[in-house]
Design a protein around this ligand. Structure first.
Ligand code: SF4
Length: 499
């Protein structure tokens, strides 16, 4: 079976993916009517069916996807880590495969807005890509899209987004789609970041047809990760006073953005904010007309944050691996004492390889492990030490040493491979009055000059080890950590039977 999205990207043909928001507010019949219209536009290679958009339940994305395909539109299905553990995610992939649905958009997902119980985030988006890749190696031909946001205006937020994209690519991503944004310098920055590292993963630029209501909401940072600058909000509000309510101006801005993306070497555009076939057709035709002027148009699309961070070119950077800027060298944070002391201890008393010390400690921990009261006591001692220092939650799979001594369990989404796209100038999406924990990871890595370490893949924890001593698990090789990867899917887990 052909896959127009995969084929267009492989052929280097500029293509369009249009978002179909399968929210509870949109009638399914209307979505499918839109799908029929889009299927008649040859440049539209897929309809991207959302799941859990904005943190709220909508229609079943698989049902909408199958129905859209029956109307001739190839679906690209959003699969989020929200409230689905690895077994359920694996099951969703099996269901997709059974329906011959290939295109999957792997996302962390927005934190749900309501509910008594904190939601499950068993995997993060990098781990999800690996899970899909495991399935692909087992014969399910998935095509994996991932998200990236260049529209971050502090150094840590921005560079970590790019580092995380590299991790997604290493995990098996086929195409990256940007977050919404209206800043040509940032679109160019992302493309340059990949080019400078020889990464050929195609990029789809997000082109959102922005009306005044959505602009007002995004100006407040809602949904998380989407941001409209005050200058753009004022422009959209002024446009909306025109006779047509600003429709023509919105479509023109979208067409100009598409022309810029083409000029920058993007593989395509991901259009949101409208799925009306007449609008999409107009944008495509107008973008074709505007394509030769893309450079001049790029100079006009400048709705970034005043004084915001832009990544310098690699040649002007002092600490090359992740590409942080030369300017930051003077303002690098000082290494904090506890992480540095622990690093020193790790070097002075090596236990990560087969040393006499490791063998001796393994014997001690095995002895403790065989005596349940002693094992419980050790777990309590470990927690008593690590909780005040790191906010430890006794996950049993300690990766502090791989994350600059920041505990990933203190992230509300429990991510282990970098921040989600919802950060707002270094603040957490879920608890906005708190800094995102990944800022500390980035700053400590910067201070120790080891940004390259941020690219290490951190596997999902083995949840069966919750409440046990990570020290015992480490020495008895039970835990999941970067140097001890396990098959992700619960169904295939190499764990089990050890407790
Ligand atoms: S990673 Fe797990 S064991 Fe380590 S500090 Fe965090 S909760 Fe505790």
């Amino acid at each position: 079976m052909t896959n127009p999205l995969r084929d267009a990207l492989a052929a280097g043909r500029f293509c369009y993916v249009v978002e179909l928001v399968a929210s509870a507010l949109t009638r399914e019949a209307r979505l499918l009517e839109a799908a029929s219209g889009l299927a008649r536009i040859p440049a539209v290679v897929a309809g991207s069916v959302t799941s859990y958009a904005g943190g709220a339940m909508g229609h079943d994305p698989l049902r909408v996807a199958a129905a859209a395909r029956a109307r001739g539109l190839t679906p690209n299905i959003h699969l989020t880590c929200v409230s689905q553990d690895r077994r359920e995610l694996a099951k969703s992939l099996e269901d997709m495969h059974a329906l011959s649905l290939e295109n999957v958009f792997a996302l962390t997902g927005d934190y749900p807005g309501a509910g008594d119980q904190p939601p499950v985030f068993d995997l993060d988006s990098v781990q999800l890509v690996r899970l899909i890749d495991e399935r692909r190696r087992a014969g399910m031909p998935f095509h994996v899209a991932v998200a990236v946001s260049p529209f971050k205006y502090t150094e840590a937020d921005c560079v970590y987004q790019y580092v995380k994209l590299e991790k997604k690519i290493a995990a098996g991503a086929d195409v990256a789609v940007t977050q919404v944004g209206w800043d040509a310098r940032k679109f160019a920055e992302l493309k340059r970041y990949l080019d400078e590292r020889g990464l050929r993963t195609p990029l789809l630029g997000n082109v959102y047809v922005l009306g005044p209501k959505t602009a007002e909401r995004m100006a407040t940072g809602r949904p998380p990760g989407c941001w409209v600058a005050p200058k753009l909000l004022a422009a959209v509000q002024a446009e909306s006073r025109a006779r047509d309510g600003g429709r023509q101006a919105r479509l023109e801005r979208a067409a100009r953005t598409v022309a810029i993306l083409r000029g920058l070497g993007y593989a395509g555009a991901y259009i949101g904010g409208t799925h009306d076939a007449a609008n999409i057709g107009w944008i495509i035709r107008r973008a074709d007309e505007l394509a030769p002027r893309w450079d001049a148009l790029a100079a006009e699309l400048g709705y970034g944050a005043t004084g915001g961070f832009y990544l310098p070119t690699r040649t002007s950077s002092t600490h090359a691996p992740a590409g942080a800027p030369a300017a930051s060298a003077q303002s690098r944070p000082r290494a904090e004492r506890v992480p540095r002391v622990l690093d020193w201890l790790g070097r002075a008393f090596p236990v990560s390889r087969d040393t006499r010390l490791r063998r001796a400690l393994t014997r001690v921990f095995r002895w403790i492990d065989r005596r349940r009261p002693a094992a419980v006591l050790l777990e309590r001692v470990e927690l008593a030490i690590k909780k005040p220092l790191f906010g430890c939650q006794a996950c049993g799979n300690c990766v502090l040493g791989h994350l600059e001594y920041v505990c990933p369990q203190t992230c509300p989404k429990q991510l282990r491979n970098g921040p989600c796209g919802g950060t707002d100038r270094g603040r957490c999406e879920v608890v906005p009055d708190k800094p995102c924990i990944w800022i500390a990871v980035y700053e400590r890595a910067c201070a120790s000059g080891d940004l390259e370490a941020l690219k290490t893949y951190v596997p999902p924890p083995d949840r069966q080890l919750q409440g046990t001593s990570s020290w015992i698990n480490y020495f008895l090789d039970r835990d999941a950590r970067p140097d001890r990867l396990l098959v992700i899917s619960g169904a295939d887990s190499t764990r089990g039977g050890h407790r």
